[in-house]
Design a binder for this molecule. Structure first.
Ligand code: HXC
Length: 511
């Protein structure tokens, strides 16, 4: 072979690999409203930064005539590139090749990427679109999955791991995404389930559509499996890029600072009006969040699930933080099973990746009821208590109104390690609300008139921040208009915080 032939051979092999499953299947992919794996990677990464690994890998299966069906790359594109100039590792399943299914060979490609990412301390982003285990390969495919799961677990808390579900994701294939930090889905074209509608029909006789069982709406509103949902692939992939802008590359780095022109001492008079005078009137906590953060830029996580708690990313003076906030506009901001789990997982993510936690509190307590008790609110509520207690990042808490009962303790109180605890003058910090307290203290011994007076007396005495402030549980009662300035000062003050928990193998969070 002369030199020219050698170069031609390389070009030919590369071209073959890039054709994937061929034009017909690519057209089918496009007409289903989906992009190809390569198009997705191009969208995700900064232009011209993608370096592909294992482009010429093929499967090694010789059963079911597979020895005659080999496609370079074997249905998976893997490699590394940059997002906003920062290194990330990426893999994308190519549905046009054997339905993007997992073979031993292409599992090894993912494993290689995961190991490199862990060694170099950079995030892994998986773009999933696959029929699951490649049936022709049997247990070898299962072994490939298990290797990927194992690496997901070992990398957890060391590097961010992100999954975008851009097509089917069935069987054990859902468990790698479930082990990663955030799951993105696309409306209508992506699905996740352990067993599909046909199996469910056969086993439980239930009729359910693919969409109702595992579509983006289901997982972002009912199951809580998905964290972000895009209306199409382009929007979804742009959301992945946006999320990355808040995250450090690994657990030893600080999150990336973005230059901000939003004044650090910006004062907002309107904050004095947001919390209503009537303690039973709802208001939208998102209004407070958006006013105080940089440029109103809030990336909310799970915005449609357990809406009684708000979690998401924002910046103060350019520095990323995690925000946790009760939402009085939904179920009065009560803590229940789903909101406790949602917030606990978010708090642990922020703690693992050095994102300070800013907590806004307006919580009437834990939700009473047999559903909650029998569903295990004791252990699920304890998850949030555990997560806030073990978190060693800067913790800054602002009580805007109610902080009642156990929920006061849970919501990043001074007692479980918050560094700065602030309260609005509208704060009510007590064991329970005035009406409930009077009913218990006085039982039925009071006339209506006496009861009204007792409620007023209790409200004056306890439903305010002054008792907590007199005990040093609240560091400062602030005029709400200064909230932004106070938070930024607290973040600066805690910037060099050094705190670690006693060495241990790992804790035992109440799962
Ligand atoms: C081998 C598969 C395959 C599989 C799909 N294909 N799934 N090949 N193993 N698991 C192939 C098809 O034969 C077809 O090949 C191509 O991929 C595209 O599939 P279609 O069926 O034509 O596409 P579509 O109609 O869009 O349906 C996609 C689908 C469906 C919903 C994913 O293919 C499907 O239900 N597949 C089976 C899913 C499944 O049960 N997987 C195993 C899960 S168990 P050609 O050559 O015609 O293009 C599992 C265990 C893991 O994953 C456990 C880990 C712990």
């Amino acid at each position: 072979m002369d030199l020219k032939q050698k170069y031609n051979l390389l070009e030919e092999r590369n071209k073959l690999a890039e054709e994937g499953g061929g034009n017909e299947r690519i057209d089918k992919q496009h007409s289903a409203g989906k992009k190809t794996a390569r198009e997705r990677i191009q969208l995700l990464l900064d232009p011209g930064t993608f370096n592909e690994t294992d482009k010429l890998v093929t499967h090694r299966n010789t059963d079911f005539g597979m020895e005659n069906k080999k496609i370079l790359g074997d249905g998976l594109i893997a490699g590394y590139g940059k997002i906003n100039g920062r290194l990330v590792y990426v893999f994308a399943q190519d549905f046009t090749v054997f339905g993007g299914t997992l073979s031993r060979a292409n599992a090894d490609k993912i494993v290689k990427i995961q190991e490199l990412a862990l060694k170099m301390g950079a995030p892994v982003i998986g773009l999933n679109d696959s029929g699951g285990a490649r049936i022709q390969e049997g247990v070898e495919s299962l072994a490939g999955y298990a290797d990927i799961f194992y690496n997901n677990v070992i990398s957890s808390g060391v590097i961010p791991q992100i999954s975008a579900i851009l097509g089917p994701c069935a069987g054990g294939a859902v468990y790698s995404p479930a082990l990663t930090d955030f799951i993105f889905m696309v409306k209508e074209t992506s699905h996740m389930f352990v067993t599909g509608p046909e199996v469910i029909k056969a086993v439980t006789h239930e009729d359910v559509t693919k969409e109702d069982l595992g579509g983006a709406v289901t997982h972002s509103t009912k199951s809580g499996v998905a964290h972000f949902t895009g209306k199409d692939e382009t929007q979804t992939i742009m959301m992945v890029r946006e999320l990355m802008s808040f995250l450090p590359s690994n657990n030893l780095e600080d999150p990336p600072v973005k230059a901000s022109t939003d004044p650090i001492d910006r004062m907002e008079e309107s904050l004095q009006e947001i919390v209503p005078a009537d303690p039973n009137k709802p208001y939208d906590m998102k209004n407070i969040i958006e006013i105080v953060i940089d440029d109103k830029h809030f990336l909310e996580v799970q915005p449609h699930y357990a809406q009684n708690i708000i979690v998401g990313f924002a910046r103060f003076a350019g520095k990323p933080v995690g925000i946790v906030a009760n939402q009085p506009n939904h179920l009065a901001g009560v803590l229940d099973i789903n909101s406790s789990i949602k917030a606990a997982r978010f708090v642990r993510f922020c703690d693992a990746f050095n994102l300070p936690l800013i907590t806004f509190v307006d919580v009437p307590g834990f939700l009473p009821g047999t559903n909650q008790e029998l569903g295990g609110i004791i252990k699920h509520g304890a998850k949030l208590l555990y997560a806030f207690s073990e978190a060693t990042v800067s913790k800054i808490t602002i009580i805007t109104r109610k902080a009642y009962g156990g929920a006061y303790d849970v919501m990043s109180s001074k007692h479980i390690g918050a560094d700065v605890n602030l309260a609005f003058p509208t704060a009510e910090i007590a064991v329970m609300g005035p009406e409930g307290a009077v009913n218990i203290i006085h039982r039925n011994a009071l006339s209506n008139e006496e009861k009204t007076r007792a409620v007023e007396e209790y409200r004056d005495k306890f439903a305010n921040p002054y008792k907590a402030a007199s005990l040093g549980y609240i560091d400062e009662i602030i005029n709400p208009k200064y909230t932004r300035k106070k938070i930024i000062a607290a973040l600066e003050m805690t910037h060099n915080k050094r705190k670690s928990n006693p060495p241990k193998k790992h804790g035992n969070i109440p799962l």
